[in-house]
Ligand binder design. Structure first.
Ligand code: FES
Length: 189
């Protein structure tokens, strides 16, 4: 009861013996050191996390930061030159205004209107090792002469080494002209 009365009167410090005060001081200093280390470690941890986070952020943003050239739309021909129900080969040319696109300058493509309600423009390159495939109207297959790859009329692999379908160009029709984006398939295909 007496001790309680001393606490209430604000005489706690004077009522504690010097030995106990020294122990209390050491405990307080130890606590301050722990707090200091926690702050330092916390800051260090945040810095490390930040450093580790940078590649992740860069990875997420890289498609934006990377210089991505825009679409390169080129005409394939008048849409009515490709009759419904057929697959026809056509040549497309990159315009001279794109001097860095020498590899894209001219290439053969297949325009498929096997589905009359859809126009599909295939790359001629086999998805195995890029040999040019040939459309065989008799069988209705794209045939690869190199290793016997066979693709259906909609481009899906049917036999041989290819495991991926034929590449399809992004295509659109403007004022009756079929156009493809040459950059919508990998270069050299
Ligand atoms: S390149 Fe066509 S099957 Fe190998």
């Amino acid at each position: 009861m007496g001790a309680g009365a001393r606490f209430a009167g604000g005489t706690l410090a004077s009522s504690i013996d010097p030995g106990a005060r020294a122990v209390g001081e050491r405990a307080r200093e130890a606590m301050e050191r722990r707090t200091f280390f926690k702050v330092v470690l916390g800051a260090g941890g945040a810095a490390v996390a930040g450093l580790l986070g940078i590649p992740g952020v860069a990875t997420i943003l890289s498609p934006v930061l990377r210089r991505t050239p825009g679409a390169l739309w080129v005409p394939v021909g008048r849409l009515d030159a490709f009759p419904p129900g057929e697959v026809r080969q056509a040549l497309v040319h990159a315009p001279r205004a794109y001097p860095t696109d020498e590899a894209l300058r001219g290439r053969a493509v297949y325009v498929s209107r096997v589905d009359p309600h859809e126009v599909v423009v295939f790359s001629r390159s086999c998805t195995d090792l890029s040999c040019p495939v040939l459309w065989d109207a008799g069988s209705g297959w794209f045939l690869c002469p190199c290793h016997g790859g066979i693709f259906s009329a909609d481009g899906r692999p049917q036999a041989g080494p290819p495991s991926r379908p034929l590449y399809r160009y992004a295509a659109r029709v403007r004022a009756g002209t079929l156009e493809v984006d040459l950059r919508s398939v990998p270069p050299m295909l």
